[in-house]
Design a protein around this ligand. Structure first.
Ligand SMILES: [Fe+2]
Length: 375
């Protein structure tokens, strides 16, 4: 089982038997405030004909808002508003695909995801399942997708997860939480418009941005580090420091965090995340804690593994007056702790990246449980 949002390349690069990953990148990206308004022009040449619509999957926080009115609808295009309150599910993807197939005789010209990580993941998964038969849970894993997906576009409205650049889409399935990792998952086009992140709450801005910061720390302090990952990770870390500790304007901050997310995503794409992510997935699996805040809840207690990173994190937290919830694990049963620990320990590559090949000698179930109990 795999529980990671970031595992585009698990067990493929920099293991004992070298097998370098031929990593797909987003072929087209547009960046700049207001660039969202070029979406109509971007999509026009991709329209197959008037019966093949564009389907816009949009976070429902934008329902009735100005952004929804700016979506360049033509012919029989459709907007589907989706709640991002919960992590994306395979059943949700299958229902969307069935609905689109029933409603249109033609395959859509494309799928456009507008929102945070959940909407990015849903857009990727729906575009894959429209051309690949069966249920989405059949494709959870590595390179199980046979046919190219329909054209799909990612437009993030919150910065940090790196979902806009990754080759995975993590879905909660009937039996597991696992990504559809494939060369057909990566977006064909990404629109990075920093103005779209304007309405994000302070807490969400902090927790999602810290996902990016933690990607940088885990990548740069990891044993899988290489020049490719380092070049992106160092830039992303520098940008995170400017955003969360520097004295820059809000506008500049939005632009820099958007690029930090991108670079952080590129950094882990060719290395791996580490202890905070491994533990955060245990927390998410048992308690449904969302990715960004889950990482933060864990990371604050990881001085032993990332002393400089944790010190920086606390400095950022204090500067922005973020008070994290406490006692998250206080009422858990022994059985729940056992599940949390085993989910976390199943993330072998993350531990190997963090602690080296003999990680099992360093991290034990007791040690993990002791950290969880502090949360
Ligand atoms: Fe992450």
């Amino acid at each position: 089982m795999e529980f990671n949002k970031d595992l585009g390349i698990q067990q493929v690069a920099f293991t004992e038997k070298t097998n370098y990953k031929n990593f797909p990148m987003v072929p087209r990206v547009i960046f700049g405030k207001g660039s969202f308004d070029q979406l109509g022009d971007i999509l026009l040449p991709k329209r197959k004909h008037s019966d093949a619509p564009f389907i816009f999957l949009v976070d429902d926080v934008f329902e009735g808002k100005e952004l929804a009115n700016r979506i360049p609808l033509l012919f029989n295009d459709q907007i589907i508003f989706i709640s991002a309150d919960e992590e994306p599910k395979t059943s949700q993807v299958d229902a969307l695909v069935e609905m689109i197939r029933k409603e249109y005789s033609e395959l859509p010209s494309g799928i456009v995801g507008i929102g945070g990580g959940t909407l990015m993941d849903l857009a990727k998964a729906v575009s894959i399942l429209l051309t690949n038969r069966g249920g989405s849970s059949e494709y959870q894993g590595w390179d199980l997708v046979n046919k190219p997906s329909v054209y799909h576009v990612g437009i993030p409205t919150i910065s940090g997860t790196g979902a806009e650049v990754s080759r995975t889409t993590v879905l909660l399935g009937p039996e597991k939480k696992l990504g559809i990792n494939s060369d057909f998952t990566t977006f064909d086009q990404v629109v990075l418009d920093p103005d779209l992140t304007q309405g994000v709450s302070k807490e969400q801005w902090f927790y999602t941005g810290m996902d990016c910061f933690i990607h940088c720390i885990e990548s740069l302090d990891g044993t899988y580090l290489n020049a490719f990952s380092q070049s992106y990770g160092e830039k992303a870390l520098e940008l995170c420091k400017e955003v969360y500790l520097g004295d820059i304007s809000e506008e500049e901050s939005r632009e820099k965090l958007m690029m930090a997310s991108w670079h952080g995503g590129m950094s882990i794409a060719y290395s791996q995340v580490g202890v905070a992510h491994a533990m955060s997935y245990g927390l998410g699996y048992v308690l449904g804690v969302r990715h960004g805040i889950g990482n933060c809840l864990v990371f604050q207690h990881l001085q032993e593994f990332y002393p400089e990173g944790v010190a920086l994190f606390k400095e950022m937290q204090n500067k922005h007056g973020i008070i994290m919830p406490k006692g998250i694990c206080s009422n858990l049963s022994d059985e729940q702790f056992d599940i949390m620990v085993s989910v976390s320990l199943a993330m072998g590559p993350l531990w190997e990246n963090a602690l080296g090949t003999s990680w099992r000698e360093i991290i034990t179930a007791e040690k993990l449980q002791a950290i969880y109990r502090k949360i």
